[in-house]
Design a protein around this ligand. Sequence first.
Ligand code: CA
Length: 406
Amino acid sequence: MINETHDLKLQSWVESANRPGCDFPIQNLPLGVFRTQTDSRPRTGVAIGDFVLGLEPWLSGETLNGYLALPATQRRDLRRELSKALAKGSPKRDLIAQAECKMMLPALIGDYTDFYASIEHATNVGRMFRPDNPLLPNYKHVPIAYHGRSSSIVVSGTEVRRPLGQLGEGRFGASKELDYEVELGAFIGPGNVMGEPIPIHRAEQHIAGVCLLNDWSARDIQRWEYQPLGPFLGKNFATSISPWMVTVEALEPFRVSPAEHDPSPPPYLQTVGPASFDITLEVWLRSSSMAQPMLVSQGSFKDMYWTLAQMVAHHTSNGCPLRPGDLIGSGTVSGPQKRNRGCLLEQTWRGAEPLLLPNGETRLFLEDGDEVVLRGDCVRNGFARIGLGACGGRVLPAISYNQGID
Ligand code: CA
């Protein structure tokens, strides 16, 4: 529901929030957890311009889990109150500069599930490995996913070590095919009782907000291990997320109708109306010898085949309980154009089209020292642009074989 908190004319007494191009204008109000050099205690806060406002007057706790457990109506009320408190004319409050904040994971993430909701990604990857039969016959009927690992989810800025693993028969060592995947992450709000599915028409009330997510992937490990049970060590060594959770309330103006479903999905997955969101997601890459990052790809969440609500309805359709703070990954966000391809495997078409960097280097996969930064935003005429901030991580060399495996 669009309301006064989305008004384009709304301005904040925090001047940096009114600057064009700012990720965090007063229409955004994303929530996160931070600490400072002088105060190591984790605190919840809302980003406004270049600053953070502590949420102590409204919310207690060192994570957003308490907030996530609130019913959607109370989350909406809090947004209204924050909007009022930060609007021009309201009394000024103490702020902390974002530059002085060390951001932490926004929630204690109990479980993490990674979907595969981009039909373009599934078709591209399928085409590389099964040219005659790129899209598996179940794809348009069932939202495909696997259970990921929450213990290796890290916040933006955390360095990611190249994993060791089995690369084929008799071969163990550092992955040579380290890749990123640009995804939208979604935090689960209120959960469901085990045994009781969340119906599709209520599924959105169980999604509290979104973030950027990089599903780091070791393609050589993945290729050797993934049959018959799916991804394991090729994926679970690291997943990076951005620190600011953009609430679903902030996303309201950017609703769009999802991709056409043909054939119709089963009734428990059928949605009507603008059930998807137009969120642009970008991948930037900087090698250790580059001063500035280069834009590698740009896609939109609106091109995904399955919506977040469909993922939640499907996930709980067998009675599986979701809990506040659980994280869902959308799957690599790719689109129909080459510039929409959301991982290096697709971008280089499995090595056939190397990526050329502006300094003359080329990439088939990530090298040590490479930094991958995801960015995202929502833009629509008549509304303020809102940003998702950034999700960055640099690749560290693999641990030496003898240190790692004794
Ligand atoms: Ca993935």
